[in-house]
Design a protein around this ligand. Structure first.
Ligand SMILES: [Cu+2]
Length: 341
């Protein structure tokens, strides 16, 4: 077949192919399809993405060239209702269009397998953080026992996240770190992230997990090595979102449990909008009529579903009864009851 194609036709085919490749390349490069890569794993995944995209552009331009050329050269005239000449296949051509895609698909598989293996490798000395998902909040626990409602990790070191859930299936995702992992009750799934830049990025639940799924968000602070060491030792809450918890012990508990992500409370400088403004607690408690102010606050924390503030969904996590107990709970309740004192 190739022998019979004339030189002029080859040039025309190539010209259509080049135009198609140029358009596809522009669409690939000019639209920001991917978030910035903030980690080694993300950089590798982006490489697989571009590797596959380059192959797709190649295949697309060949197909578009043959298609465009055929439409242009072999179009039937307005009243031509005759059949085309019978053809019986073309062995050479069929071998080519089977072998080439097989090679390309194999290449993509190999590159993907290598990246997958590298991305699962935590090295000999990873920093380990326990991630617990619950309707509808994240909590992160560090090797020294410190725990917080947002994630803080060091730049330049592999962090192994050990992920589980207290209730239904959730999924942990930081788009800029590319790694995604299901949080399953009773199971500990891991992923490795090795940040290559500092900054604050969103943590997203990416598995529909109930009414509050859309608000099940937190953030990750990636700190330089020294700043991170200081943060880990200190009693300060996360670098980006929180402020120093030097004052009331109730404030530390408030910040460590991520209450501020959903609640506005002026003394804690938080401005979440998913739950009620906690500056109006006395008025809300009086309306609710479920015991005095402290009893109302205590119940709202340990058993939020017992009474729902009118106009709000049952989106407050049901985990705090198990997570905040004893003196910590007492301090948090007084802190809120006394308007932040
Ligand atoms: Cu979730």
């Amino acid at each position: 077949m190739f022998a019979r194609v004339r030189r002029g036709s080859i040039i025309q085919l190539a010209a259509i192919g080049l135009v198609a490749a140029a358009i596809a390349t522009a669409a690939a490069l000019l639209v920001p399809w991917l978030p910035v890569a903030a980690g080694k794993e993300a950089t590798r995944i982006h490489f697989v993405f571009w590797f596959t995209t380059a192959i797709c552009i190649g295949v697309f331009s060949v197909v578009a060239a043959v298609l465009g050329y055929s439409v242009w050269k072999f179009r039937a005239g307005p009243d031509d209702e005759s059949d085309g000449p019978p053809t019986h296949g073309h062995t050479q051509l069929e071998i080519v269009w089977t072998a080439v895609p097989a090679i390309l698909v194999t290449a993509i598989s190999i590159v993907s397998a290598v990246v997958l293996a590298q991305n699962g490798h935590a090295g000999s000395d990873p920093f380990v953080v326990k991630v617990t998902a619950a309707q509808f909040a994240w909590s992160f626990t560090y090797p020294n026992g410190k725990s917080a409602g947002s994630l803080t990790i060091p730049e330049g070191r592999a962090t192994k996240l050990v992920i589980t859930s207290n209730d239904v299936i959730h999924s942990f995702w930081v788009p800029e770190l590319s790694q995604k992992q299901d949080a399953v009750p009773g199971q500990h799934n891991t992923i490795v992230v090795t940040p290559t830049r500092t900054g604050t990025f969103p943590v997203v639940c990416t598995e529909l997990c109930g009414l509050g799924h859309a608000v099940m968000r937190s953030h990750v602070d990636i700190l330089g090595t020294d700043k991170f060491a200081a943060w880990l030792k200190g009693t300060t809450a996360a670098g980006g979102g929180g402020t120093a918890a030097g004052g009331a012990p109730g404030l530390a508990t408030y910040q460590a449990n991520g209450c501020g992500a959903c609640h506005t409370f002026k003394p804690a400088a938080s401005n979440g909008k998913i739950g009620p403004d906690l500056d109006n607690l006395s008025a809300d408690a009086a309306k609710a009529n479920r015991g005095d102010l402290k009893a109302f606050i205590r119940e709202s924390i340990v058993k939020p579903q017992a009474y729902l503030e009118p106009g709000y969904p049952d989106a407050m996590p049901h985990i705090f009864g198990g997570q905040i107990q004893g003196a910590k709970l007492d301090q948090l309740v007084s802190y809120l009851a006394q308007g932040g004192k």
